[in-house]
Every structure is written in structure tokens, then in C-alpha cells.
Design a protein around this ligand. Structure first.
Ligand SMILES: Nc1ncnc2c1ncn2[C@@H]1O[C@H](COP(=O)(O)OP(=O)(O)O)[C@@H](O)[C@H]1O
Ligand SMILES: [Mg+2]
Length: 233
């Protein structure tokens, strides 16, 4: 579904990604892991068409998307839930959700909204409340709900567990598993290695701008290099 080959990207004189290769297949959860500052969010902004690639190729359903405008990428069904949620605090929950079907999914707006409210009953209860008054966990649900409004074919989640209490982190990973069981392909970008590897089918670990370790999640979890990459041992 998503194929990334030799992807290079950076800012000004700085190169962050030096040739990333990865793929996500239909119906999979794929974890993309790496220490803070390694370039995970940079990868996501390139995949979303916000930051231009400096080299390599990105294909979605076999079609090159690395020269497309961000709105075209959303229209194709590659939908990104950004790090730090990026909801609009002075708009209501329902208004935030409706923004999610601005580019895609608008014809099924009512059905999509009902589906999001079924997935997140808490958002239904708070539909008319200002988004800024929600708890951190609820804001993350809102950000994911907004992504679901656009009928994603592949959903990219950038650090969905960041800043949540351990109990809510647990709930978040359960939710991701549930969305995937309903057929959604998910690229899960996380620093939370242990829990991500528990729910992912496959994983890629980024170090120094390249994929340093990849494979079935169970094998990556058992790989001694994982400790070295994270702990610098
Ligand atoms: N807009 C930007 N301008 C310049 N440098 C940036 C920008 N965003 C991120 N960086 C740098 O790129 C590197 C990778 O950052 P990022 O992709 O956010 O990492 P991660 O998401 O893995 O924590 C870091 O060194 C960071 O300081
Ligand atoms: Mg990041």
C-alpha cells in the first residue's frame, strides 16, 4: 500500500533522513520506532506532502505521491494524525471532527460522524463542548476521530501515547488494535517501544537517518540491537 524507497529529507543545511526504506501493506499495523529527535515526525511531514523530499520515492497504491500537494495525498486516503494532536481549542468537538472530512469523506459525513461517536462515546457526550476543555486523552481521541472522518485507507499516528497517563496509554493502544481489527491499515510512529511492538505486525527502527533494524515485531523485540539503539549500549 505505502512504499518508501531511499527517502532523504532535512532542513536547510541539515540532513535528517538519509535513505529510509519501508512499506506498509493492506490491513497491517506497522510500528516506526526511534529515539527522540531521530526524524520520525520529519518522515511523517514528508509522507503528508508538507515537507518536500530531497531524494527517493514514495508510492501509495503504486502511484508516486512525493511530488503531490498535501491535499492530494489526503484525497488519496493517506491521513496523518499529527504529533501533539493539533486540534482547534476554540472550536467545538463536532466542528473539529467536521474539519476531518473537508478534503475526503464529505459525502458520508453523517455516517462517518456516527462511526466516530460509536468508537468514542466520550466525544458524543462532549460534542458541543469546546475542544480546549477536553482532557489530554480526550483530545487525542478527537485528533484520531478527525482523522477517521476522512475515511483513511492508511492512518499515520504520530506519537499517540505521548503525554498520556499509563492507564490512558493502555487504552490508546487497545483502541489502535480495535481500529486495525476493523480493517484499517495503521502506521504507528512511537517512542513507546514495548507497547508498540506488542500490537504491531512489523516494525522499523530508525537510527542516524536510516532504518537500523526491521522485521516482524516479535523478532525486533527480541533483537539485542534494540537495546543498543535505545540505550546507547
Ligand atoms: N522545522 C524544523 N526546522 C529545522 N530542524 C528541524 C525542524 N523540525 C525538526 N527539526 C530537527 O530535525 C531532527 C528530527 O526531528 P523530528 O523529526 O521532530 O524527530 P522525532 O519526531 O523523531 O522526535 C531534530 O534534530 C530536530 O531538531
Ligand atoms: Mg516526533
Amino acid at each position: 500500500m505505502l512504499e518508501v524507497e531511499g527517502l532523504e529529507a532535512g532542513y536547510g543545511g541539515t540532513t535528517v533522513l538519509r535513505g529510509i526504506d519501508l512499506r506498509v501493506d493492506e490491513g497491517e499495523i506497522v510500528a516506526v520506532l526511534g529515539a527522540n529527535g531521530v526524524g520520525k515526525t520529519t518522515l511523517n511531514t514528508v509522507l503528508s506532502g508538507v515537507l518536500p523530499a530531497r531524494g527517493g520515492e514514495i508510492r501509495f497504491d503504486g502511484v508516486r505521491i512525493d511530488r503531490l500537494a498535501d491535499r492530494r495525498i489526503v484525497e488519496a486516503g493517506l491521513i496523518h494524525v499529527p504529533e501533539g494532536r493539533r486540534i482547534f481549542p476554540n472550536m467545538s468537538v463536532i466542528e473539529n471532527l467536521e474539519l476531518g472530512c473537508y478534503r475526503r469523506g464529505r459525502a458520508n459525513r453523517a455516517a462517518n460522524l456516527e462511526r466516530v461517536f460509536t468508537t468514542f462515546p466520550r466525544l458524543r457526550e462532549r460534542a458541543s463542548q469546546l475542544a480546549g476543555t477536553l482532557s489530554g486523552g480526550e483530545q487525542q481521541m478527537l485528533a484520531i476521530g478527525r482523522g477517521l472522518m476522512g475515511e483513511p485507507r492508511l492512518l499515520i499516528l504520530d506519537e499517540p501515547s505521548l503525554g498520556l497517563s499509563p492507564l490512558l496509554v493502555e487504552e490508546m493502544f487497545e483502541l489502535i488494535k480495535r481500529l486495525n481489527r476493523e480493517g484499517l491499515a495503521i502506521m504507528l510512529v512511537e517512542q513507546n517501544v514495548v507497547q508498540s511492538l506488542e500490537i504491531a505486525a512489523r516494525a522499523y527502527v530508525i537510527e542516524n537517518g536510516v532504518v537500523a533494524l526491521s522485521g516482524a515485531a516479535r523478532e525486533v523485540a527480541a533483537d539485542p540491537d534494540l537495546r543498543r539503539i535505545y540505550l546507547g549500549l
